[in-house]
Design a protein around this ligand. Structure first.
Ligand SMILES: O=C(O)c1cc(=O)[nH]c(=O)n1[C@@H]1O[C@H](COP(=O)(O)O)[C@@H](O)[C@H]1O
Length: 239
């Protein structure tokens, strides 16, 4: 059974390195993966990526790149220098953009790329508002297939689509699932959600959790509870 720690990334959605590192210190080595998103990266750049690497953690750099192919390839090269293990790009940037990103990520020490499909904060009505009239599930599948053809083998989607994406892309695909809400947790802006156990049971490789841990009265206890839920969900059923 894989270590549950390898299957949880904590979203460090903070405005500066000081606040982010305070949470990291609070969690200690309960967790292995930390996700640095736009809020923290725009404030602290590659310095915070290196700081976490120096402390022995793995870094998931969530920059959701979406630009012309040449620009995205350059951004992948810049992000590679800091040593992130995972990096996100938007699948809706298209096949040429994803292929250019995949090529840039093949450099030594390059990150594994994850194509973000349909944001977990979007429901069918919001998707329709952007001119896409198929369901979120159909759009996720379409983008996952496009990403696969473009040389990307990891995806971000919601737990609602994970089983279909797994079936379409194979057992080795890295499927990373945000929109995780333990039973009773506040939804905030998330729309397509699941509990940790539901997401793992549906076939998720890794879960992304932010506020249910960072805003908890006791973040370390909240993280441990989620790791326990992951471990139980992946344990074979005893008959
Ligand atoms: O790429 C992501 O990580 C991501 C994609 C997505 O579709 N939905 C989504 O919530 N995320 C990120 O996952 C984290 C979720 O945070 P919480 O909603 O606080 O658990 C945030 O850092 C989001 O930026």
């Amino acid at each position: 059974m894989p270590d549950p720690k390898a299957r949880l990334a904590i979203a460090l959605d903070y405005p500066d390195a000081q606040q982010a590192l305070k949470l990291v210190d609070t969690l200690g080595h309960t967790c292995q993966w930390f996700k640095i998103g736009m809020e923290l990266y725009y404030a602290a750049g590659n310095t915070i990526v290196r700081e976490l690497r120096d402390r022995g953690f793995d870094v998931f750099l969530d920059l959701k790149l979406h630009d012309i192919p040449n620009t995205v390839a350059g951004a992948v090269r810049s992000a590679t220098q800091a040593g992130a293990g995972l990096l996100t790009i938007h699948a809706s940037g298209g096949s040429a953009m994803m292929a250019a990103a995949a090529e840039a990520a093949r450099a030594p020490g390059g990150p594994r790329l994850l194509a973000v499909t349909v944001l977990t904060s979007m429901d069918a009505a919001q998707l329709t508002g952007t001119g896409i009239t198929v369901s979120p599930a159909d759009q996720v599948l379409r983008l996952a297939k496009l990403a696969t053809q473009s040389g990307i083998d990891g995806f971000v989607c919601s737990a609602e689509e994970v089983a279909a994406v797994r079936a379409a892309t194979g057992p080795d695909t890295l499927l990373v699932i945000p929109g995780i809400r333990p039973a009773g947790a506040a939804l905030g802006d998330q729309k397509r959600i699941a509990t940790p156990a539901q997401a793992i049971a549906a076939g998720a490789s890794m879960l992304v959790v932010g506020r249910p841990i960072t805003q908890a009265p006791d973040p370390a206890a909240a993280a441990r509870a989620i790791l326990d839920e992951i471990a139980k969900a992946e344990a074979p059923l005893k008959k």
